[in-house]
Every structure is written in C-alpha cells, then in structure tokens.
Ligand binder design. Structure first.
Ligand code: URP
Ligand code: ZN
Ligand code: ZN
Length: 502
C-alpha cells in the first residue's frame, strides 16, 4: 500500500506567508507530507509549471436563501458548490435566515438539511438576525454559537431584514457574551428609502438610479456608525462588501486606533462600475447589487486599501437571481423600477480568476497576497485556519492547482452555476483553476467535473482569537456584565483619552 493516496508533483506551493517548490503528499483527506521528489502515491497529479494553492475560502455567498429584496435565489447547494469548485474554491460560508418574531434554531436546522443534501465542498453558516428577540438572544444563539455557528450577520438596510441601532447593540452584546463575530451590511436605510422615493417621484426609475439612491456617503455613514456601536460594546465586527474610499478610510481610521474591525470587499467591485447600471434596465439589472458598483477612482482606492491591509478578504457575495425567469431579477414585473429589482450578482466561479487577473497579473498584488485575500485570511477570521486556507502538514487537503497562464474569455455557457447569466460575459481573464481538490478528492480537473453532491461537510467553529474582545470600553462601565470597573485599577485607553478627531 502506498504512503499517499495522492501526490501532487512538481508544483510551486504558495501559502499566504511564503512560496516554495515542493511536492504535496495526501493521505486520508489531509496533507501529510511536503517535500522534494516524493515517490509513491495511488494517484499522481503533475503540477509542473503550476501554482499549488490552498483551496479558496469564500466567506460571503448566498445560496438557497430567502431573498432580502424579492425574487428567488437561482442556486442550490449542488449547483453553487459545484461552480465554486470549478473556480478553485473549496470552502464556503453562506447564510441561514430568520423570520421576524420567530426563533432561529429551526431555520438553521432546515438550512443544514439543504446543505447536507447538495454541497460538494465544505461549508459553514453565518446566522442572519433581523429580530434579536428574547428567544433568540437568551436561548437560540447561546446554543447555536456553542454548536459552532460563530458568526452572525446583520443588515442595516433592506426593509425585510434591517435592524436599528438598539437592535444592533443587542446583537453585539450577545455575540460578545458567547463568542461570535458580527458581520455587517452597512448602508443607511432611511437615507436610501428617502432618496428612492424622491428619485421615483421624479420619474427616475431605471437601474442607473440604483447607484444614485445609495452613493458612497450612505455606506460611509453606516460603516462609521456600526464601528462606533461595536466600540461601545467592545465587540469585533467585520464590514461586508466595502466598495468605496470613504468607507474604507473610516475602517482604516478605526483600525489605527486599535478597534477590532475587519473588512472585506468583493471581486465585482474591481470590475463593475456605476456605468454598467447606466443602460436599459433589462441589461442594467445584471449588474445591480448592493452596495452599488462605484467608479475607477474608488476601484483604485480599494486596491490601495487591499495593499495596506484595511481590506483583507475578497469574497464573491454570490447573490444569484435569474434574468430570464419570473421569480428572478424581475420578480416585480418586466418594467419594475430599480427599487424592485432583486439585488445581487452571481460570482462564485469567477471570483478567484477575476482577483488573480486584476490583482496579480496587473501587478497590484503578489501571489502570496492572492492566497491571503481569497483563502487564508477568511479561514483565519472565521476560525477555520489552519485546517482550511493553508498548505501545511495536518491541514485538510483542500488544494487548487492554478494555471497562471490560461486565458479565458468568460461566457455563460462555460460556467457551472444555475444562474442564467454572468455579469462578466465576454470579459477575458488570465488565470484559472486547473484542478480543485477537497479533502483529497478531485472535484474539477482539466475541464472535467467530478463533484458528488452531499459529500461536503459542515465546518463547526470552536472559539478562536480573532473574535476575542479587547477589554477596552469608552468608560469604566462594562455594559455587557453591567459592572463599574472604576475600583478595579481600570485606566482609560489612550484611544479614548485623547479627543477624537470626528
Ligand atoms: O446585492 C447584494 N449584495 N445582494 C445580496 C444580499 C446582500 O448581502 O446584500
Ligand atoms: Zn450585503
Ligand atoms: Zn451578501
């Protein structure tokens, strides 16, 4: 019997921290050996001239999830995870939801069933909360967090899901008490609604005006506000899908004074702009997502913030709605105004190629940065590292063999999702996954798909350092424990002792 089930030979292994020429030996789904000239192996894959990367970790994707903005999600776990694998991604974090007035345990249980049936790669969930009622806060969340659901998602906009500031504080408190990260869709809901009403009253209802109802200031205000709330509660947060300089600057400022605020952006914000929305709505709807795509100046600023580490994860925010079915983008009718078109773009399969092509090929980031941004940093922030996001002894054999030379003109018919379009039709990228391996099993190799629905496993997450609070409050009062710390040697942290420049 061979020492290895699989040996990947002759490739260049790239981790977020370093690059080395090495063969990789895999046994029982894990990486057991890295070395020169490994021999044996029941199966050998030649990776000469290729990069051998930790499989991608996409920590923000909507799959088989009730929509926030109407319409039906076009993807199932089977199709979504298949297309992720064909683009080099081996772990996903998607979303269970809540019905207002109810608890969340049954929703999480139902979502588990969907994933168990369909997923071909490993997955975890963020729990969407739109109503932090007593049942959720006192019973469901403590139990679910302890069971490994260590992230909560809140929306500051969308009528169906938005939470107000008091509710945000309640969510932050329960997350801090039980050890979970809070992820935030940060846009000012009332401002969006006000602007939407005014635009529609003025007869401006095309997709172009989606970006007018939610300009960068709407994002910046909400980002600044939720960071402030997280400071009051001393609770780490992650800002989802940062699109613009103004919002990223706010995050940077908070990070510089020590606040544990993390932030992602998404592949689409590097290639789509508001101009894509400025066409007939039947076409513009393909690019309609929230926050809205911006402009080249903001794209350049996003790259700056990626390079300086403000934004350390690039996800897909895969939110798939069909263009050509009545329950898709145009669920409210063919002539729906921008405010009633489903928000979101599909992108699980194209995420890594877009980031590689725009980032590494165009000299904006290094190969190691690419790995960090598309895999390792998400694995770390969400408590999956080093099992995921790393080519190291003992890690899961989640491996993507990357062909850095391959030129691909993206088209709907070459993709493996179930959405009926791609926003990147006709765009040529350089770099694509040649082979994708999940826990030692090949799912995608040289154009052949061998995904088996249901083989994916749930990734329960134990407590981990990133979500630990700092123990820094703006006053001597710890609101989570209801304690006055004045007589316990408490001293004012420098970040609050000095006058804040806001
Ligand atoms: O347009 C988007 N991003 N739709 C998905 C829901 C979300 O997270 O905003
Ligand atoms: Zn969002
Ligand atoms: Zn999203």
């Amino acid at each position: 019997m061979s020492d290895y089930d699989l040996v990947i030979k002759g490739g260049t292994v790239v981790n977020a921290s370093h690059t080395v020429k090495a063969d990789v030996g895999v046994k029982d789904g894990r990486i057991v050996m890295l070395g020169e000239s490994l021999s044996g192996g029941d199966r050998v894959i030649d990776a000469s001239g290729r990069f051998v990367l930790p499989g991608g970790v996409d920590s923000h994707c909507h799959i088989e999830q009730p929509s926030s903005t109407g319409g039906k999600n076009a993807e199932t776990f089977e199709s979504g995870t298949r297309s992720a694998a064909c683009g080099g991604t081996t772990s996903l974090i998607c979303f269970s939801t809540q019905e207002k007035g109810e608890g969340i345990k049954h929703m999480v249980a139902d979502y588990h069933k969907l994933a168990e049936r369909g997923a071909c790669i490993d997955y975890s969930f963020h729990m969407i909360l739109n109503d932090p009622n007593d049942q959720v806060v006192n019973h469901d969340l403590p139990e679910l967090i302890a069971a490994g659901h260590r992230s909560i998602k809140i929306f500051m906009t969308y009528s169906k899901n938005r939470v107000n500031d008091a509710e945000i504080l309640r969510v932050l408190e329960v997350a801090r008490r039980h050890g979970a990260l809070v992820c935030v869709h940060a846009e000012n809901h009332d401002a969006i609604m006000y602007m939407t009403d005014k635009l529609l009253a003025a007869g401006l209802d095309g997709t172009k005006y989606h970006s007018w109802c939610k300009p960068p200031v709407v994002e910046r205000e909400a980002v600044q506000r939720v960071i402030a709330l997280s400071e009051i509660m001393d609770q780490p947060i992650q800002i989802f899908h940062v699109t613009c300089k103004e919002a990223a600057d706010e995050i940077r400022r908070a990070q510089q004074r020590g606040v544990k605020v993390f932030a992602e952006t998404c592949a689409q914000y590097f290639v789509l702009t508001a101009d894509h929305l400025d066409q007939d709505s039947k076409e513009g709807a393909k690019y309609l997502c929230s926050p809205a795509p911006r402009d080249p100046a903001n794209q350049a600023a996003l790259w700056d913030h990626v390079r300086s580490g403000t934004l350390d994860i690039i996800t897909s925010d895969h939110a798939p709605y069909n263009m050509f079915s009545p329950d898709g983008k145009f669920w409210a009718g063919d002539n729906a105004p921008f405010s009633q078109i489903a928000n979101g773009t599909p992108g699980l399969e194209t995420r890594m190629p877009l980031v590689f092509s725009e980032g590494v090929v165009k000299g904006r980031i290094s190969m190691e940065d690419f790995v960090a941004l598309t895999s390792t940093n998400a694995a770390k922030l969400f408590g999956l590292h080093p099992k995921k996001g790393s080519i190291s002894i003992g890690a899961d054999a989640d491996i993507t063999i990357w062909d850095a030379e391959r030129k691909v003109t993206i088209s709907q018919d070459m993709l493996h999702h179930d959405t009926d379009y791609t926003p990147y039709e006709g765009m040529t990228v350089t770099g694509w996954a040649q082979t994708t391996i999940s826990r030692g099993t090949v799912l995608w190799n040289d154009g052949e798909v061998t995904c088996e629905p249901g083989r994916g496993e749930f990734l329960a997450r134990a407590p981990y350092d990133y979500i630990k609070p700092r123990g820094v409050f703006p006053t001597p009062f710890n609101p989570v424990e209801g304690k006055n710390l004045e007589d316990t040697g408490w001293t004012q942290s420098a970040e609050y002792a000095e006058s804040d420049p806001i």
